[in-house]
Design a protein around this ligand. Structure first.
Ligand SMILES: C[S@@+](CC[C@H](N)C(=O)[O-])C[C@H]1O[C@@H](n2cnc3c(N)ncnc32)[C@H](O)[C@@H]1O
Length: 354
């Protein structure tokens, strides 16, 4: 158990959206000094390629074509922030209607203003509030969609129970999430590998623009720091996959690392000249290293993209044994699921056959 956070999560998000610090997931990724998922070059090689099979692909369009065509009538989107992705989904006819919830009224007001005059505005119902407190009716939605928000839910069991309850029978849950250790307190064996890679970099690449020094190791936040500055970040991230398998049947899962990429590039991203073939080569070798280490079950995955079908009745909670390697490529799956199908399927999607 941890102490009560010094700051509440909603005011943190309001401040971020007001300051324009967090624009959120968008189709055009311009580049970000910190977050590898929002960086064009890294997105192309570390995310687009494994999740869509193309450097030019976008995970949302890829899932939309495969799972949201023809479009579902009613989608519930949760933790939508500025609702860029949800706007894209309605505008591209990947959903006929979206009910979109976000705690930050600042973000919702900005999103309303942006879509007000669009011809699809009536199909995007933007609501400010805590989705867990809304008493949404049961068996109402065809799809629940979440982009990078489940890992911010403190009441994670209530969140999964809600997503299961509001879906119609056979409805789909679609999400893209950080699923690594809670509060980003990475495992010592992961840190050892990160630091060994870090030691290979010349000092000019190790200048930490956030800490303003040449780093001697990859920084890892303390729990006290996280609770003080960002208490909801990754709060129960490690529960996301086990709860997904408990409430849903996973029909599509593409893990895409992030284990090296997120902590390693945070703070040193701007040291690279992203047009320079030599710097590109270094970055691509680090991406390759992560992919080889995850492929062979040496490192777990910290990010995944999931499509799962609502189970009529949830399973009992997974056993510790069932959960133990759930983030690894060699995870054998639940006992009831044929081993070869799941593990083989996951590995084949990321690296092609063989
Ligand atoms: C990392 S942001 C993701 C925003 C957006 N989906 C994106 O990808 O840009 C997580 C969002 O979840 C929202 N959130 C957290 N708990 C919530 C709740 N109980 N109900 C509604 N929104 C919530 C936060 O306010 C925050 O804007």
């Amino acid at each position: 158990m941890t102490d009560k956070p010094a700051v509440d999560a909603t005011s943190i998000w309001d401040q971020r959206y007001e300051a324009g610090d967090h624009v959120g997931a968008k189709i055009v990724i311009e580049g970000d000094p910190v977050d590898f998922t929002q960086h064009k070059f890294l997105y192309r090689h570390a995310i687009a390629m494994p999740t869509t099979g193309s450097e030019d692909g976008w995970i949302i369009d890829h899932l939309g074509r495969e799972f949201l065509t023809p479009p579902p009538d009613r989608m519930l989107a949760i933790g939508v922030g500025m609702a860029w992705v949800e706007e894209h989904l309605v505008s591209q006819d990947f959903a006929r209607h979206i009910t979109a919830y976000e705690m930050s009224s600042t973000a919702i007001e900005a999103a309303r203003e942006r879509v007000r005059d669009k011809d699809y505005a009536a199909r995007l119902d933007l609501r400010a509030g805590d989705v867990l407190e809304e008493n949404l009716p049961s068996a109402t939605f065809d799809v629940v969609f979440v982009q990078a928000a489940i890992h911010h839910f403190d009441r994670i069991e209530a969140m999964f129970s809600l997503m299961h309850r509001v879906l119609k029978p056979g409805g789909l849950l679609i999400y893209d999430e950080y699923i690594g250790p809670d509060h980003h307190i990475y495992e010592p064996e992961v840190m050892a590998i990160l630091n060994a890679i870090d030691a290979c970099l010349a000092p000019r690449y190790r200048w930490d623009v956030l800490a303003k020094h040449t780093r001697q190791h990859v920084p890892i936040p303390s729990l006290e720091f996280m609770m003080e500055h960002d208490p909801s970040e990754g709060v129960h991230a490690s529960r996301i996959l086990p709860l997904t398998y408990q409430y849903f049947d996973v029909i599509h899962r593409v893990d895409y690392g992030g284990t090296v990429m997120r902590p390693f590039f945070t703070g040193i991203l701007p040291n690279f000249d992203w047009e320079d073939p030599k710097d590109q080569t270094i970055a691509r070798l680090i991406i390759l290293l992560e992919q080889m280490l995850t492929k062979h079950g040496i490192l777990p995955h910290y990010h995944t993209s999931i499509v799962a079908r609502r189970r009529k009745l949830p399973r009992p909670p997974l056993t510790l044994e069932e959960e133990s390697r759930i983030n690894y490529a060699d995870w054998p799956g639940l006992k009831e699921v044929a081993r070869s199908t799941r593990a083989g399927g996951m590995i084949a999607r990321v690296f092609g056959k063989g």
